[in-house]
Structure formats: C-alpha cells, structure tokens
Design a protein around this ligand. Structure first.
Ligand SMILES: N[C@@H](CCC(=O)N[C@@H](CS)C(=O)NCC(=O)O)C(=O)O
Length: 220
C-alpha cells in the first residue's frame, strides 16, 4: 500500500524503515528479533506505538493503518507494510543482505512452507493470547464469558503441544524459531500463572537456551 508519508504524524528521521511497535506485543517482539538476527537494526528505527483496540494515539491515520494494529513498517518511500508476518518478510526480502535472509527463510519449496507454517502457529498463539488479554482488560465484567476464555487458552495450549512435538534442532534459528521465541516470551510475560512449561520439557529447555541469544534478550 503506498501512502503519503505525512499520513502518520510520528514519521520523521532518515532510517530506511520505521517499525511501529510496542515492547510487550508478541508480534512486535518477533519483528524485532528478526531485525536483530538479520543484522539490520541500524536500518530500522523503532517507533514506540501502543497497540490497543480503541484508536490509540500515534497509530496513524485510518487510511494509513486501516486495521489500527501494530506492528507495521513504513519504508522511506512511504510504502506501508502490515501484519507481523509481512513485516518480517519485508525485513528479510527488502532490507537484509541475501545471505542473512537465506538463514531465516529458504527461497522456495517445502522448506520455506515449513518455516512459514511454524511462524503461523506462533501467530495463532499470539492472536488467541491477545484475545484473552483483551477479554480481561476491556470487556465489561458482566459480559465476560469464562468458556470462551478457556477456548482461547485451548488454542494456545494446543499450539504449545504442537511445538513440544517438534522442538527445533540445536543450532537452527530461522523465522519460525524467531516466532516461537516471541510467543514463549509473551507466555512468560503474561501467562506465567498458566504453567505453560508443565508437560513440555523439550520446549522449555529449548526456550531456556534461545533466551540467551542477544536478539531475544533485547526484547525481554
Ligand atoms: N495478526 C496481526 C495481529 C497484530 C495485533 O493483534 N496487534 C495488537 C497488539 S499485540 C494490536 O495492535 N491490537 C490492537 C487491536 O486489536 O485493535 C499481526 O500478526 O500483526
């Protein structure tokens, strides 16, 4: 989507891309981890922007950001990229050097689909997690629906079980793994009381190891 760069009041400066992101967002964390793993942090200006459902300040004109969500990316030519997967693809394919890009995402075929499928699992967990949080934060108390809350947790739990079944091999840290790390960091931040590690020893051990990566440390 091409937009006039005046459309977002906060757009100033010379970085090739601006990443509109808020620190706790699992989707924004993924984009930041990806930028760090690609070695392009010096080309990405992070603009702190809150993502909340009710038209937060700084989220931009409706024409520029129709879904009113973060993260989104703006290129210096004004192009706007939204949804965290496409933000990551834009960083990989349009900002990073080819060798760095290839480490995060194979160019085609089943290997690429595998990475994108793992990313989608994490994004689904993030969507359910955000729905759950918003239920507690914004829904009037008399309209809360515990079964619905548990159904959202069921999606998260199912996603975590699927992760446990195929724990990433040592040494790999591609886009799918960046996404998993962002989802687990969000689990620790928002849902520690749910005990997501219980019954998932492989995933817990993997998370303890990848948590040491500088790209992940930077978003915790
Ligand atoms: N599928 C989107 C989800 C993004 C999302 O839900 N972001 C939240 C913050 S973590 C947000 O901006 N929420 C505001 C809203 O729902 O209106 C993505 O992957 O980027």
């Amino acid at each position: 989507m091409a937009i006039n760069s005046d459309a977002l009041a906060v757009m100033t400066g010379d970085a090739p891309v601006k990443l509109y992101a808020s620190p706790p967002s699992p989707f924004a964390r993924k984009a930041r981890i990806v930028a760090a793993e690609l070695g392009v942090l010096d080309q990405v200006e992070i603009v702190n922007t809150e993502g909340v459902p009710f038209d937060p300040p700084g989220i931009g004109a409706r024409a520029a950001n129709p879904l009113r969500k973060i993260p989104f990316l703006q290129h210096v030519d004004g192009r706007l990229v939204h949804d965290s997967l496409v933000v990551c693809l834009s960083l990989i394919e349009e900002v990073a050097a080819p060798e760095a890009a290839a480490r995060l995402l194979p160019p085609a075929g089943a290997a690429r689909i595998d990475v994108l499928t793992r990313e989608a699992l994490s994004r689904g967990i993030g969507d359910a997690a955000i729905s759950l949080l918003y239920e507690g934060r914004y829904r009037p108390e008399d309209k809360m629906w515990p079964d619905w809350v548990e159904a959202q947790w069921g999606k998260i739990s199912g996603g975590l079980d699927a992760m446990e079944a195929v724990v990433p091999p040592d040494g790999r840290f591609d886009l799918g793994d960046c996404a998993w790390a962002s989802a687990l960091s969000h689990m620790d931040m928002r849902f520690e009381d749910r005990g997501w590690r219980d019954g998932r020893p492989g995933l817990s051990a993997w998370w303890e190891a990848v948590k040491q990566r500088p790209s992940v440390q930077a978003v915790l």
